[in-house]
Ligand binder design. Structure first.
Ligand code: NAP
Length: 246
C-alpha cells in the first residue's frame, strides 16, 4: 500500500506515533522516526523495524522550534532523497481548569500541537510542491470539535489543527498534495493512562463501542489517508472515536 514511499512521523517513539511507524513499515514505507526525549524507546523501535526487514532512521528534533522542524525535513530528504508523507503526530496535554491555567500551560500546548504542526507542514510542503505530490496527515482530536472542560489549551490547539488542515489543503491542492486530519477519541496511550479511573469510566460509558481505542486503530486510518486509495480526499477530518462524537 505504501511501497517505495518515504514518511516522516513526528513524536514516533511511543503511543500513536509508534503504531503509525510500525503500520507504515508493514505497508512498505521507509520511515523517519522523530522524537524529542524518548531515545530509549526509539532505539527499541528501530530494532523492531530492522527485525521486520524495514528501513528507518531516527531524527531528534523539537518540532516547536522552526529551525529543528526544518532540520528534520532536511534530514529525511538527505537520507531518502524524497518525502512523500508527513504525519504530524507529536502532541502534549497540560490539563487544568481555565481559572488555574497559566500562560505557560496555554502557550506550551499551542507551541507544540499547533505551531509545531505548522512548522513541519511549511517545510515538508516546500519539498512536496517541487515533487508535485505528497500527503500530509495531522493529528487533531474530537476535543477540537466538541471542546472539553479542563482542556481549553488543548482544544484550541486541536481546533486550530483542523482550520490549518483545511487551509493548507486548499493551498496545496493545485500541486496534487492532499492534507487531512485524523481526530481520535480516547485512545489507550501514556497520554490517557494518567487520567483518573473515575474519568475513564465516565468516558467509556459515553462511547457507543464501549471501550477505548488502540493506537493501531488510529494508525489504520492514517495509513489509509497516506495511501493512493485516498488520492481524491483532501481537507477532511476522519474521526476514530468508537462513535463518541456523531
Ligand atoms: P503520547 O503517548 O503522550 O506521545 C506523545 C508524543 O509526542 C511522544 O512521542 C513525544 O515525544 C512527542 N512530542 C511531544 N512534544 C514534542 C516535541 N516538541 N517535538 C517532538 N516530539 C514531541 O501521546 P499519544 O496519545 O500517542 O498522542 C499522539 C497524538 O494523538 C497527539 O497529537 C495527541 O494530541 C493525539 N491524540 C491522542 C489521543 C489519545 O486518546 N491518546 C486522542 C486524541 C488525539 P518524546 O517522548 O520524545 O518527547
Amino acid at each position: 500500500m505504501l511501497n517505495g514511499k518515504t514518511a516522516i512521523i513526528t513524536g514516533a517513539g511511543r503511543g500513536i506515533g509508534r503504531a503509525i511507524a510500525l503500520e507504515f513499515i508493514k505497508y512498505g514505507a521507509k520511515v523517519v522516526v522523530n522524537y524529542r526525549n524518548s531515545i530509549k524507546q526509539v532505539e527499541e523501535l528501530l530494532e523492531t523495524i530492522r527485525e521486520a526487514g524495514g528501513e528507518a532512521i531516527a531524527v531528534q528534533a523539537d518540532i516547536s522550534k522552526e529551525e529543528e522542524a526544518k532540520q528534520l525535513v532536511d534530514a529525511a530528504v538527505k537520507h531518502f532523497g524524497r518525502l512523500d508523507i508527513l504525519v504530524n503526530n507529536a502532541g502534549i496535554t497540560k490539563d487544568t481548569l481555565m481559572m488555574r491555567m497559566s500562560e505557560d500551560d496555554f502557550s506550551s500546548v499551542i507551541d507544540i500541537n499547533l505551531k509545531g504542526t505548522f512548522f513541519c507542514m511549511k517545510h515538508a510542503s516546500n519539498v512536496m510542491l517541487k515533487q508535485r505530490s505528497g500527503k500530509i496527515i495531522n493529528l487533531s482530536s474530537v476535543v477540537g470539535i466538541t471542546g472539553n472542560a479542563g482542556q481549553v489549551n488543548y482544544a484550541a490547539s486541536k481546533a486550530g489543527v483542523i482550520g490549518m488542515t483545511k487551509s493548507a489543503a486548499r493551498e496545496l491542492a493545485i500541486r496534487g498534495i492532499t492534507v487531512n486530519a485524523v481526530a481520535p477519541g480516547f485512545i489507550q496511550t501514556e497520554m490517557t493512562d494518567v487520567l483518573p479511573e473515575k474519568i475513564k469510566e465516565a468516558t467509556v460509558a459515553n462511547i457507543p463501542l464501549k471501550r477505548f481505542g488502540a493506537a493501531n486503530e488510529v494508525a489504520g486510518a492514517v495509513s489509509f489517508l497516506a495511501s493512493e486509495a485516498a488520492n481524491y480526499i483532501t481537507g477532511q477530518v476522519l474521526q476514530v472515536d468508537g462513535g463518541m462524537v456523531m
